[in-house]
Structure formats: C-alpha cells, structure tokens
Design a protein around this ligand. Sequence first.
Ligand code: PEP
Length: 251
Amino acid sequence: MSRKPLIAGNWKMNGVLIDACNLAAGIAAACRGVSDRDVLLAPPFTVLSEVAHTIGDAPIILAGQNVCWEGKGAFTGEISPVMLRDAGATATLVGHSERRQIFGETDELINRRLKGALDFGLLAILCIGETLYQREKSQTFAVLEEQIRKGLADIAADRMGRVAIAYEPVWAIGTGKTASNDQAQEAHAFIRTLLADLFEKDIAAQTRILYGGSVKPTTIDELMAQPDIDGALVGGAALDVDTFGRIIHFT
Ligand code: PEP
C-alpha cells in the first residue's frame, strides 16, 4: 500500500507574530503546486490564526503542538481541540519528547490527549522515542512498545486513519545527531509490525510513520528511501525557509 509522504515542521516555542508570518509565507510559496506529499506546520498557539491567514489556500496542514482532551472548561493553560479548529488547525502533535521530559507528561495523559484530538476530528501525530540511556541498555524496542500500547490504548481501528506516528529518538532531537538510516528503518519496521499486532495488517500498512531527530537537507533523501519511513518531523531545520523547502522537496 502506498502512503503519501508527510513532512511536518514543529516550530516549538519560536517565533513572534512577524517572524511566524514571514516564515509561513516563505513555506507557502515553497509548497506551491506540491500535491504528491503532505506538508504540515505546527506553530506556537499564539500565532496559529495569523499563520492560517498567511498560508491561505496553500496546500499546508496546520497543527497544534499539543491539545487538551476537553472542548472547553477549567483547564488553565491548556488549548482545546475546538480552539485549535477555530484557529485554523486540523491536526495536532501529542506526546512530543519535550512534553514528556520537561513537563512530565505520561503515556496515560498523552493517550487522553490523542483521544480528545480524534474525538474532535483532528489528525493526531503521536510522538514516541527512546533516550540514549535506554538505547544503550538495549531497551529501545521495549520503550517503543510501551509508548505505542499505552498511547494508542482504546483507539478503535477505524480511527487509525487519522493517526500518524513520529519516531523521534530523544538523543537525536536538537543534537545534530541523526539516527542512521538502518537504525531509523529498524525502529520503523518494529513499530509497523507492532501496529499489525495491535490492529490489523491493513491498518499497519496504511499508517504513516515519520522520523524525527535533527533531520537536515543532507539526510532527508536517504531517510525517505527507507521502506518504512513515510515522512519527517522536523524541528530546528523547519525554522528556515530554504532549509525546510529543501526538505519538503526531498527526492
Ligand atoms: C522535533 O522537535 O520534533 C525535532 C525533531 O527537532 P530537531 O529536528 O531540531 O531535532
């Protein structure tokens, strides 16, 4: 089954309004005419509406970087799926390693966020990945399995069409160290096999699995040539139009 590639840019906590709009305008221009791959941007919440306005009808999916499970209510500091939609987003990240590591988000909490995103019709990208310590202790597959099992707990198979997985080894995020093609492919193949066990073969075959961790123009082509790598979640390199433009146009 062929999976449409997805190149996602996570701007993290970067960009006041003017920077965000300039970056969005440049990326929108770089996406003109692109139809054989999806491009997604996850700007900070505060600039989402203006970024939506700036990209206009360019083929770009707009996403939040996180989401609450409730539509509204007493959840100080959170952003609801309804608010994301209202701001022009149709997707969200959940479980980014910075949310797990810095803010203590657990698999259970991330699962609630994921369900909330799906309940309100968003596409969700579930981020998973092992730390360097876990890799060195040969715990990578066990960690990925636990994050997937708990993160996707109680998600019905018919909702998996709106879920993508981002494999992001924590040791490769923002460090300049990309996983080797073999390391990334091995992890992606493991994740796909696990999805086939949890759901069914067809669902595993249709689910997009993105690689994230210091992706650059010099690494994207070979990563995308791996059979189980369906796209990239890009952090630092998504903050520059030319660099991200080159990644979007991987060959
Ligand atoms: C990320 O934030 O998801 C990420 C992969 O960052 P970077 O590309 O900077 O490593």
